[in-house]
Design a protein. Sequence first.
Length: 463
Amino acid sequence: MLKVAALCTITSAIGFYLSLNLGSMWPLAWVAPIPVLWLVFGETRGPIAFAATWTAYALGCCNILPAYTGTLPVFVLVMALTASAFGFAGSALGARYVARHVSPLAGVFVFASLWTTWDYAASFGQNGTAPSPAYSQIAAPYLIQGASVFGLWIITFLLGLIPAGIAMGLQKRSPMPAVVAIMLFALNAGFGALRISYADETRPVRVGLAANDALGAASFQANAKAALDAVGQYTAVARELSRQGAALVGLPEKVAVLRSAWRADAISVLKATARASGATIVIGFDDQRDLRRNEALIFAADDAEPSVYFKRHMVPGLEAAFVPGDLSFALPDQTGFAICKDMDFQSTLRSDARDGHPMLLAVPAWDFDRDGWWHARLAIMRGVEDGFAVARAAKQGLLTLSDSYGRIIALSASAKSGMVSLVGDLPRGPGNTVYLHIGDVLAWASSAGSILLLGMALRRARK
């Protein structure tokens, strides 16, 4: 039995490693849980079942280590590996209990509900929704359209229910759980295909993005020369992008340090560029005046002074010195703004969308090289949930233009060799979805359903 448990654990761990977090093989996310769930739903002893599910998920999450070891605090990394694994393993054991005392099909639904409940609870932590398995499916837009109704929780729910149904069907040699799972997968895919077929691609905005990883030192050097040199290079590419028709130019987060002594000079150059080009320019800085802020300055061609947006969610352990902002900001044309980590928090962006209904979100960002696609996926999901297109410019990451259906319009990786830019026509989103109005109903329903079925199982077990 131990050999079978080890084989199931290793097989699931490989699937998780290749599909979740920094993994990119999205189809594996639908099958990776099957081996360990098959083990759990059988006669394996509880401690072995728990150890197998926890170990498989924790090993799968180890794909974050190459990107963050030496950058993020050890405690943050340990929590990232272990907490999600406890959620997965606890959900599996809860499903096993319900399957034995209520019915196998009830166990399948409880696994999906408990995992969704855990995913939702984790979103209130310092990393927001970043650990969610739902982001694995961004490369398949037709599978994530349910997020426009129920948020990313519907993706987590289905990622739990479908492999659990197949695993239960295999273990119990009953077709019913697998048939239900396959039908729900087809229903979700069909809804996604139908929604995309009615996509509104009118009102496109020509957007230019640029990033230069070779200017990374300017983000840490508190002197006028480094800051003004970085500003000069970014204004040059902004002018070039405007000549290519870009009405909105997005540049990265914290491209330089701005202190009072040279802040006015940097702003003067950017204002002149916006006026001359006719484009709206958004660029991020490390504002080191009285309060240290991670800011985005927005330069519109017809505004005398730039608008300011302050980042609201800081990277744990790296941005402790920054004072977070507390306000959203959008232009009259319904172009909204956020900075990097803000996009990890679905509640923040949903609140913004309910208040201002942005149709396009410009996002300065700064990634960690290897996590570029993972972090870009979080921003793309926010657009599907809340009905806006996303223009995200990340240094040490990706430049991405994605529409409100999660489809990539243009994508390019930043580079240490110098400036990278792209231009694309990005359709504005509808600025409205069902999810904006009903919120996290599915997450709460999952919690209620889990409690109900676990209580029923407990009652029957006592009898």
